[in-house]
Design a protein around this ligand. Structure first.
Ligand SMILES: [Zn+2]
Length: 269
């Protein structure tokens, strides 16, 4: 069976529900972490917003509420999708990359952050933000928080800053695998729960056997699809992207070329 489809996503959610886990949105978790076993489903909508909408509908069908972080770029920021996902009862957050887009200019970055946050608040009373990795930029978007605080903007949390990952197990589906962390450049979380997964089925088994930690934050991107064509194309793309990223770590020329390609792909709105 193909992994990272809506079918396998349903299996994953079902496993948690049947094993007594509840689902909390990120803002709910920040306000009061559930007493019971709980999972926070976080979706970074880097691209493919219509896939996000399909995931959101499936979650709604199962009574699950999740958190969707949208970027300001046009590949992510589709008003119709944001509106629909909010209407399904999910949390909307801002996936910010202002320091990278402002080329490190802090004043400029703070102004655009404020403006973009206000924009997303037209759809939802946004209280959570989460940095975008901006792997080809030399600026780490989180450095924004050296100049100000979350509360200055009426925010309650930022996953990379506000969560104790010694207590909350972190999982991410980087590059169509649950152990693709080695390909990440900046969005890295060090976790020591002694668990390692490659496929979604392995997680399902672990949950059903009662070995899965009681609290988890799971990052699932929007590459999950039932479309065979899209799934094949994305697999191929992820394979090349991961290898270029690895090459770029040791080769300036490849790094430059990769940055150019990424900048072209994410042309601003
Ligand atoms: Zn991102």
């Amino acid at each position: 069976m193909r992994d990272f489809t809506l079918k396998t996503y349903r299996l994953l959610l079902d496993a948690f529900l049947q094993s007594g886990y509840c689902f909390q949105t990120f803002e709910e978790f920040m306000e009061h972490s559930a007493e019971s076993k709980a999972v926070i489903m976080r979706h970074d909508v880097d691209e493919k917003p219509y896939n996000a909408l399909k995931m959101a509908r499936l979650e709604r069908e199962l009574g699950v509420r999740a958190t969707y972080f949208f970027r300001i770029v046009k590949q992510s920021n589709v008003p119709e999708v944001i509106r629909n996902i909010a209407a399904l009862g999910h949390e909307i957050g801002y996936h910010y990359e202002d320091l990278a887009t402002a080329d490190g200019d802090m004043d400029k970055a703070l102004k655009s952050f404020e403006k973009n946050l206000a924009y997303f608040r037209e759809y939802y009373p946004v209280r959570s933000v989460c940095m975008h990795g901006s792997s080809t930029s030399k600026y780490d978007n989180r450095l924004l928080w050296e100049a100000c605080q979350l509360s200055d903007f009426g925010l309650v949390g930022e996953p990379y800053l506000s969560v104790d990952f010694n207590k909350v197990f972190y999982l991410t589906d980087t590059g169509y695998a649950w152990d693709g962390g080695k390909f990440a450049t900046r969005d890295i979380v060090v976790n020591d729960f002694g668990l390692k997964f490659h496929t979604t089925q392995q997680i399902v088994d672990c949950v059903e056997e009662g070995r899965f930690p009681p609290k988890a934050l799971i990052l699932a991107h929007t590459l999950w699809t039932d479309s065979f064509m899209q799934w094949e194309a994305l697999h191929l793309r992820e394979f090349f992207r991961n290898n270029i990223k690895l090459l770029a770590k040791n080769n300036q020329g490849v790094a430059k070329m990769y940055k150019k390609m990424v900048d072209m792909y994410w042309k601003k709105v």
